[in-house]
Design a protein around this ligand. Structure first.
Ligand code: CTP
Ligand SMILES: C[C@](O)(CO)[C@H](O)COP(=O)(O)O
Length: 397
């Protein structure tokens, strides 16, 4: 039976811009070959039935050496590598043709071997987005001002960055349309595409985006290796933070809990959408960072947060962890209320929190309890949430 989802890792480049002799995907990073680091999270994802690496001509020994560093049990879904071409586009097409010959028809994730910091959570987001769209790619908002220059480096114009994103891999596609687009581009002599979504655009498909990861660095220049080594060299220390939030009930017909709108006979009094679960989680993450609290970053006095959807608060805190070179290991949440009943919504809340924070489902715990009719929650005057965040941060210098 052919698998429903496969990953294609392109590793046939020469790494000329990175210099230093051998192709960058076979260089050591923290004592482990780059390709090994890149493959590990794909091979650990049980929904990926097959992983195929496209290698350069003459790289067989390097490839064998790199994958010998992976545990035997991790290699069971790794197909024999196939040879790539002159350009990335040629290499992807070669991989797609090999998968087509094996009868594959499902969803394909295409990823650069040169991106060894791909996280399990990003792969999970790619899988989820690939199940929804013909083409979906990880994107990050552009935070620098972006200019167009002429051949001499003189600025020609400043581009409005609101509509610009920078895109990464893994990119998720329905296999047949991607194969058809690659074949059509090849037949038309259309070359020079720097990613596969550009080929899908060229073929007339709409391409969706999902949240990228600022840690998903592409090793391109020598400085990227220095940065990557520095990142790996600093040991991570575990930090824990707690959060607590309360909102009083008022007239209304719904409450927001963990990013899910739940119909209820009451609403809550709040400046934002009053989502106690996301507020407590945000404070837990900020607490673990020792980085103030939700009110110091999003002051209630600021009108722009009036009625704000609280997912942005948690996403902000999660991004602050990543910006500091850290990661969230786990979020745990307890909701305290007599009503609404949380049980029927618990899976949706858990999934939404994982999505907002960029985590896998197993990194999020959600629980709910009443307070046995005691106190303000017991009297049905409001609802509360408690949260714990466990994160890892690079040890301070
Ligand atoms: N003919 C090619 C060129 C690139 N790639 C792969 O595509 C990814 C992104 O390409 P890039 O970073 O440009 O890698 P290189 O082509 O190796 O780098 P350079 O352009 O500096 O030579 C890398 O994983 C690379 O191995 C490939 O499989 N086949
Ligand atoms: C595919 C890619 O990683 C998306 O950002 C990027 O376009 C590859 O570019 P490269 O010049 O081939 O490294």
């Amino acid at each position: 039976m052919t698998p429903a989802v496969a990953a294609l890792i392109v590793a046939a480049g020469r790494g000329l811009r990175a210099g230093a002799g051998s192709p960058k995907q076979y260089r050591q990073l923290g004592g482990v070959p780059v390709l090994c680091r890149t493959l590990a999270p794909f091979l650990a994802e049980s929904r990926l039935g097959t992983v195929l690496v496209v290698t350069g001509a003459g790289d067989n020994d390097r490839y064998d050496d790199a994958i010998s560093r992976l545990p035997q049990s991790a290699r069971t879904r790794l197909l024999a590598p196939i040879e790539g071409g002159e350009t990335r586009q040629d290499s992807v097409r070669a991989g797609l043709e090999a998968l087509a010959a094996s009868g594959f028809t499902g969803t394909i994730l295409v990823h650069d071997a040169a991106r060894p910091f791909v996280s399990p959570a990003l792969i999970e987001r790619a899988l989820a987005a690939g199940a929804e769209s013909v083409a979906a790619i990880p994107a990050l908002a552009v935070t620098d001002t972006v200019k167009r220059v002429d051949a001499t480096g003189q600025i020609e114009e400043t581009l409005p960055r609101e509509q610009l994103v920078s895109v990464q891999t893994p990119q998720a596609f329905a296999f047949q349309p991607l194969l058809a687009a690659h074949r059509a581009a090849h037949a038309a002599g259309a070359a020079g595409f720097t990613d596969d979504s550009a080929i899908m655009e060229w073929a007339g498909h709409r391409v969706a985006t999902f949240a990228g990861d600022s840690m998903n660095l592409k090793l391109t220049y020598p400085g990227d290796f220095e940065l990557a080594e520095q990142r790996l060299a600093r040991p991570l220390v575990t930090r824990t933070g707690t959060g607590y939030d309360v909102h009083a009930f008022t007239e209304g017909d719904h409450v927001w809990l963990g990013g899910i709108r739940i119909p209820h006979s009451r609403g809550v009094t709040a400046h934002s959408d009053g989502d106690v679960a996301l507020h407590a989680l945000t404070d837990a993450v900020l607490g673990a960072l020792a980085d103030g609290d939700i009110g110091s970053h999003f002051p209630p006095s600021d009108p722009q947060w009036r009625g704000a959807s609280s997912d942005r608060f948690l996403a902000f805190a999660a991004n602050r962890v990543r910006q500091r070179g850290g990661r969230i290991d786990h979020l745990d949440l307890t909701i305290v209320c007599e009503g609404p009943k949380v049980g029927p919504h618990r899976d949706a809340i858990r999934a939404r929190i994982a999505e907002i924070a960029g985590l896998r489902l197993d990194q999020v715990g959600t629980k709910a309890t009443t307070s046995e009719r005691l106190g303000f929650t017991g009297r049905g005057e409001g609802l509360a949430a408690l949260a714990t965040a466990t994160i890892r941060l690079p040890e301070p210098e």
